[in-house]
Design a protein around this ligand. Structure first.
Ligand SMILES: Nc1ncnc2c1ncn2[C@@H]1O[C@H](COP(=O)(O)OP(=O)(O)O)[C@@H](O)[C@H]1O
Ligand SMILES: [Mg+2]
Length: 176
């Protein structure tokens, strides 16, 4: 019997489908849902820009004076985390975007009838972070999307989805 569902979102459209499915299951089974996101300070700048574009996430958070969103204007596939690493202000911007993503995911889940919804944001390797969040929440089902924000297209699922599916001890559902 399912007791607790964790859904992981990177803000992509496919992750949104995962949130929809997880919310429907949580509502139907009447179990708590955790919406989780893993921050990556070393994420590729172009992926971050796509994440932030989703439903104008940046517009919602960019008023924050302590955060620096300049990395979003960098084109190409460079890493945010170069050389000395990202500044405090850049990390703050990435955190704000992550918080906004789970907040919106949780609201979407509540709109679909999920009653008990909480959010978690951690910093880690994405798949490891998802597995740890699931364990800490006591989740016995993890829902992820088939694809995410990555631009590498293959017939196979994205690498995060594959790693979670491969390493999880609980049921993994991959939404398409
Ligand atoms: N940083 C992240 N935080 C939370 N969930 C994530 C993260 N990255 C990926 N995911 C989850 O894994 C799914 C598949 O993404 P991924 O394997 O990264 O594919 P892609 O290679 O297309 O980006 C996403 O839909 C989302 O559910
Ligand atoms: Mg990805």
């Amino acid at each position: 019997m399912t007791r607790h569902i964790l859904v992981a979102t990177d803000g992509s459209d496919t992750a949104q489908k995962a949130v929809t499915l997880a919310a429907e299951l949580a509502a139907k089974f009447d179990v708590p849902l955790t919406v989780g996101h893993v921050l990556q300070y070393g994420r590729r700048a172009d992926e971050m820009a796509r994440m932030a574009e989703v439903e104008h996430i940046v517009d919602a958070v960019k008023g924050n004076a302590n955060a620096d969103f300049a990395f979003l204007n960098r084109s190409g596939g460079g890493l945010i985390n170069t050389g000395t690493g990202p500044s405090q202000q850049t990390m703050r911007a990435i955190s704000l975007i992550g918080e906004e993503i789970v907040k919106r995911g949780a609201q979407h889940a509540r709109d679909l009838g999920a009653k008990t919804v909480d959010t978690r944001v951690v910093m880690d390797d994405p798949a490891d972070g998802i597995l740890d969040m699931a364990e800490e929440a006591g989740a016995d089902m993890i829902v992820v999307g088939h694809r995410g924000l990555g631009r590498v297209r293959s017939l196979l699922a994205g690498s995060v989805a594959q790693k979670v599916n491969h390493n999880a001890e609980c049921t993994v559902v991959i939404a398409r």
